[in-house]
Design a protein around this ligand. Structure first.
Ligand SMILES: O=c1ccn([C@H]2C[C@H](O)[C@@H](COP(=O)(O)OP(=O)(O)OP(=O)(O)O)O2)c(=O)[nH]1
Ligand SMILES: [Mg+2]
Length: 149
């Protein structure tokens, strides 16, 4: 298993280190490191600390922050940036932008699980300038060019 360095920025999180809920889980739930409940009115977003920082260290890896499906579907609580991308060289506090895209007020509780983090492989590319591409089956077709059926 890949090992990633983590710093506990808030002592409460020492008991809440990222962990896979089941052996087959892809995501690690992240918690709201709040001192008091945080009210999110419809349309409102807030940057919520997780009380942790990670240093992935390997440019061949990154972390992506994604909504939890229950919060997103039932309560409209998703991410203000839609998806968070954590660079392998980032060492600052891990933050979650929580956005209430729903119609009802939602209150985030201290230590509530608000998002999930997935560690993903990354390919860094360099770019070689050319004047034409080798032919492909798709060519320049896109944006629905293959139809719907
Ligand atoms: O949901 C997020 C998204 C990003 N980050 C941190 C880690 C990431 O490596 C850094 C920069 O993120 P990004 O590149 O997406 O933001 P930016 O607006 O381009 O900022 P920068 O100019 O610092 O790259 O912010 C978080 O803590 N949470
Ligand atoms: Mg950036």
């Amino acid at each position: 298993m890949t090992v990633i360095d983590v710093k506990v920025l808030d002592a409460r999180m020492a008991e809440q280190m990222p962990a896979y809920a089941t052996p087959g889980s892809a995501g690690l739930d992240l918690r709201a490191c709040l001192d008091a409940p945080l009210v999110l009115e419809p349309g409102q977003a807030a940057l919520i600390p997780t009380g942790l920082s990670i240093h992935i260290g390997d440019p061949g890896l990154a972390a992506m922050l994604l909504p939890r499906s229950g919060l997103g579907h039932k309560h409209g609580i998703v991410l203000g940036n839609l998806v968070g991308l954590i660079d392998s060289d980032y060492q600052g506090p891990l933050m979650v932008s929580c956005w209430n895209r729903g119609q009802q007020t939602y209150t985030v509780q201290p230590l509530e699980r608000i998002a999930q983090m997935v560690i993903v492989p990354v390919v860094q590319a360099s770019f070689r300038r050319v004047e034409s591409f080798d032919a492909s089956e798709r060519g320049t077709g896109g944006f629905g060019s293959t139809g719907t059926a």
